[in-house]
Design a protein around this ligand. Structure first.
Ligand code: ADP
Ligand code: 5GP
Length: 184
């Protein structure tokens, strides 16, 4: 099975995906390739495969991606076919942490085998506050992410489920219920 998590940046998607991975041994995160630089303690092959734009473009022409997007101007992100094979060979369900457009594309590709979950913030103001507190992005990057968030929220109805992440513990409980209903 495939679980897709998409959300405007800062909604709490990484936090919720981490909760799922910590509590379920049968799930594994699909590690994307990206051309952005590692942030903080991020390591190559753990959060992402950090690669050069030239290498990314080579992989596009080799048809090595399930999907890829230029999520932010000049920054590519994509899921390698080899990554899905790796996780499925291990007998695990695949968890996608992916942008909204990518989430919709992956849902289209996998149909009923996939459950697409949209994590929404309680409001744009709450989103700004979380991104500021997280402290990983410059004020310009935060404004870029917020502008994108407003557009992404309009696509939420295309997902199988929308979880509004207001109180974190309540959202975790709602997520557990959702996963149990889908996978058992
Ligand atoms: P995303 O992966 O969607 O960009 P994160 O999981 O990094 O978002 O969360 C953004 C910030 O908001 C983090 O600092 C996180 O600890 C915090 N956060 C997550 N969920 C909540 C919540 N329900 N209430 C308040 N803060 C939250
Ligand atoms: P960040 O730079 O914060 O790690 O990620 C930025 C956005 O890119 C997030 O919404 C993340 O989910 C998305 N993303 C990560 N990997 C992929 C991918 O393989 N494909 C697509 N389309 N988006 C991705």
């Amino acid at each position: 099975m495939i679980l897709i998590f998409s959300a405007p940046s800062g909604s709490g998607k990484s936090t919720l995906v981490q909760h799922l991975l910590d509590t379920r041994q049968d799930m594994e995160l699909s590690i994307s390739a990206t051309t952005r630089a590692p942030r903080g303690k991020e390591q190559d092959g753990r959060e992402y495969y950090f690669i050069s734009p030239e290498r990314f473009e080579q992989l596009i022409s080799d048809d090595a991606f399930v999907e890829w997007e230029q999520v932010y101007k000049g920054t590519y992100y994509g899921t390698l076919k080899s990554e899905i094979d790796r996780i499925e060979s291990a007998g695990h369900h695949v968890v996608f942490d992916i942008d909204v457009k990518g989430g919709i594309n992956v849902k289209r590709l996998f149909g009923d085998k996939a459950r697409a979950i949209f994590i929404a913030p309680p409001s744009i103001d709450a989103l700004r506050e979380r991104l500021t507190k997280r402290g990983t992005d410059s004020p310009e990057k935060i404004e870029e992410r917020l502008a994108k968030a407003e557009i992404e929220l309009a696509d939420a109805p295309l997902f199988d489920t929308i979880l509004v992440n207001d109180d974190l513990n309540a959202t975790k409980a709602a997520l557990d219920k959702e996963i149990a209903a889908f996978i058992g």
